[in-house]
Design a binder for this molecule. Structure first.
Ligand code: IMP
Ligand code: MG
Length: 252
């Protein structure tokens, strides 16, 4: 108590003092008294501010992680830079048809689910743009695969893209099949502009030529997880972009 603390914290201390100095007006003092007694006796919330959480990483939840390619801070800084590039381009494209970033019904961001989920959630909060989202889902790494089995659309793309400014976002560019497929379908709807962005560009020999306008980081030809990317459905919630140790993945 010498450090000024009070058993039960600030709320109970406040309750205690109000209880002591209540004015003798029965109309107010009776219910107030009851409240203060309740405050003192029961476990009323003692803190109205969230206390700092323990670090989420490193955590025993992911012992099979071998090394980190990009930390949370590196990712966050790069996402901010990408957002600035996107805003600059959108501003230029919108100006061509006399629109601005604040105009409604002009910009549609298309995240390719599920991998782009975390990247897009972070990125769009850095975009001061009146935009809407049009989710689509493509599968190319079914189950525990670590190489592409061919891209398949799992949900229809939005059908209102004509004349709009479209930015398609994915977690990673690997063989290029996913983005090539989505791009071809969108172009059929004659958008005003179409740009592609990925958080990661894997340096892998590619037969399909897809150019991304926005790339977070280039990475070596290795299987990565975290920040939305999965292996067999897991690790998407890992906050960094990491490489699993070889025991965690069966041989290619
Ligand atoms: P692509 O069609 O071969 O370019 O593959 C793109 C998709 O494959 C991405 O959207 C990811 O979902 C998945 N993918 C490719 N490489 C990796 C990886 O290293 N880790 C996790 N998923 C990957
Ligand atoms: Mg994907």
């Amino acid at each position: 108590m010498s450090d000024g603390s009070f058993p039960g914290g600030p709320a109970r201390r406040a309750g205690f003092f109000i209880f002591l100095f209540l004015p003798p007006f029965p109309l107010f003092s009776v219910p107030l008294c009851a409240l203060c007694v309740k405050n003192l006796l029961f476990n009323f919330p003692t803190s109205y501010y969230p206390s700092p959480l323990p670090p989420t990483y490193p955590t025993p939840m992911f012992p099979e992680i071998e090394r980190t390619l990009f930390t949370k801070d590196q990712i966050a800084a790069r996402v901010k830079e990408l957002a600035q590039e996107i805003v600059r381009d959108l501003e230029t494209d919108l100006a061509k048809d006399d629109h601005s970033l604040q105009d409604e019904n002009r910009v549609i961001i298309i995240p390719i689910m599920t991998g782009a989920m975390i990247f897009v959630a972070d990125l769009i909060r850095e975009l001061p743009v009146k935009l809407s989202l049009g989710l689509t889902s493509v599968r190319s790494y079914p189950g525990a695969s670590i190489s592409s089995k061919g891209a398949h659309l799992e949900s229809d793309l939005p059908d209102n893209l004509t004349g709009k400014h479209i930015v398609v976002l994915d977690d990673i560019l690997d063989s290029g099949q996913t983005l090539a497929l989505v791009k071809a379908i969108i172009l059929k709807q004659n958008p005003a502009s179409l740009r592609l962005g990925v958080m990661l560009d894997k340096q892998t020999p590619r037969t399909i030529d897809v150019k991304c306008d926005y790339v977070g980081f280039q990475i070596p030809d290795e299987f990565v997880v975290g920040y939305g990317l999965d292996y067999d459905g897991y690790y998407r919630n890992h906050p960094e972009i990491v490489i699993l140790n070889q025991n965690a993945i069966p041989k290619r």
